[in-house]
Design a protein around this ligand. Sequence first.
Ligand code: SF4
Length: 258
Amino acid sequence: MTVPVIFNIQKFSVHDGPGIRTTVFFKGCPIRCAWCHNPESQLYQIEEMPKKNGKMERVGQSYTLPELIKEIAKDQLFYEQSGGGVTLSGGEVMTQDMAFIEPLVKQLKRKGISVAIDTCGVAPFANYERLLPYVDLFLYDLKFIDSQLHETYTGTSNELVLANLRKLSEAQANIDLRLIMLEGINADDETAVATISWLKAENIAVSSVHLLPYHEFGKEKYLRLNRESQSFQAPSDERMAELQNLWTAHYQPVKIGG
Ligand code: SF4
């Protein structure tokens, strides 16, 4: 079994699913979103990142299964009082070794902790299948309905993303659909209509839709990693409200943000 590397455990998180949550960020991602605000999440190995003071910071740490469960369970009372739980995120948790992730999810469930999985959809469906009985919610990113755009901005086409979404819906998984909104790229009416048409044609059932305006939070990390970053623009508040209205005619609820 390959023990995953974790680069952050964020307590009291309120943007990664319902209630108060602990978000566990697994290191390693199969795609490369041009706007990724956690560039240190992309490589699967522990790495060094220079800090502002010039000293090196070690990014990533391994936990044993009991250590990780103990850390997550520390806030169980808050989860219970707020309807929260744990969100396994990344990077891409669904590309980690399932020999670690499956028992993790099972044991959390056995303890009564609600589990959400934040995923970009680029992972073998067999991995999703293994977790399906124990996962309360999938936060599923659909970045571009157009495969060419998906390839241009993430380095990977979207066929697997769409196929996995279809299969998760068929399996009656609880899905929150999350769509990054980039002005001038995918925040126009045509893209929204094309996305909704595909979802309808495929009978995809989702519990909620989240429109996520682009933000620049990760910029400074690219500088520290000596990597180039691309600049994007967030849609205006008015544009986000228009998109929310357009989506709401077909799916409810539609929220702006996580
Ligand atoms: S899927 Fe997430 S972690 Fe992976 S590159 Fe895209 S934004 Fe970054």
